[in-house]
Design a binder for this molecule. Structure first.
Ligand code: ADP
Ligand code: MG
Length: 260
């Protein structure tokens, strides 16, 4: 059964969507069946994988608001083994429309439960908010990846996110775990970037991924071509670092499975 991982941080521009697209593609390159769910009205993961909303029979909006099943809403992407449930700008309205639903925090989780068997990994790219759609993603998830940008104020807002995760764990989703903090846009030449990595390590220890994602121009160029970095420029550090991240994640999951 597939593992659901939310990629969340209510801070914008920290690398959530870049991580979602490139980790999803890298897991697929490792022969995993992967579904990426775009849960952000800005639909950057959708356009970043070159999917035209016209290709979508339905989007995450219809799944959340009108109870459309996720099965049938998926689009095959340019990456073998990677499907996408796309988003559209009308998803902004879903926050309000969800409020009146019974079990409004569990709509996405119930929908994912019906397709979990078809995938090894289901990644959910969250919007920069802790609104109801992100709460749905965290309630649906087995774990959460928290991208942290190697910049000033990197850890700002993390305690609020951790508090939200704590509340969701106690009230809605007891199995939710932190998969890991992921340092993004890392520039080894900058002392600040190294300080932030050390700070993350001292706060969160084992919960920090060994892999760090470097600042790499290919990662910012690739989405405008509708491609993940590993198809746009496979030799780039942006591509190889995400492949390494996928390997780290798969190895961790294999170790856990062996222990059971
Ligand atoms: P979020 O989804 O958290 O808002 P994005 O993944 O969209 O963040 O990243 C914000 C911006 O930074 C985008 O323009 C993206 O292309 C760029 N970016 C993200 N990660 C990197 C990186 N490692 N190197 C260079 N540019 C990056
Ligand atoms: Mg984003």
């Amino acid at each position: 059964m597939g593992k659901t991982i939310a990629i969340a941080n209510q801070k914008g521009g920290v690398g959530k969507t870049t991580t979602a697209i490139n980790l999803a593609a890298s897991l697929a390159a490792n022969k995993k069946k992967v579904l990426l769910i775009d849960a952000d009205p800005q639909a950057n993961a959708t356009s970043g994988l070159g999917v035209d909303p016209k290709q979508m029979t339905s989007s995450i909006y219809e799944c959340l608001v009108d109870d459309y099943p996720l099965r049938g809403a998926e689009v095959h992407t340019c990456v073998d083994g990677l499907d996408l449930i796309g988003s559209r700008i009308d998803l902004v309205g879903a926050e309000l429309e969800l409020i009146n639903k019974t079990n409004r925090e569990k709509v996405l989780g119930d929908a994912i439960a019906q397709i979990k068997d078809a995938y090894d990994y289901i990644l959910v790219d969250c919007s920069p908010s802790l609104g109801l759609i992100t709460v749905n993603a965290l309630t649906a998830a087995d774990s959460v990846i928290i991208p942290v940008q190697a910049e000033y104020f990197a850890l700002e807002g993390i305690s609020k996110l951790l508090n939200t995760i704590r509340i969701i764990k106690s009230k809605l989703n007891p199995v939710l775990k932190i998969e890991g903090f992921l340092l993004t846009m890392y520039d080894a030449r900058l002392r600040l970037a190294n300080q932030i990595y050390e700070e993350l390590k001292s706060h969160f220890g084992q919960m920090v991924f060994n892999t760090v994602i470097p600042r790499n121009i290919r990662l910012s160029e690739a989405p405008s071509h509708g491609l993940p970095a590993l198809l746009y420029d496979p030799a780039s550090r942006g591509a190889t670092s995400h492949l390494q991240l996928a390997k780290e994640l798969i190895a961790k999951d294999r170790k856990k499975a062996d222990k059971r």
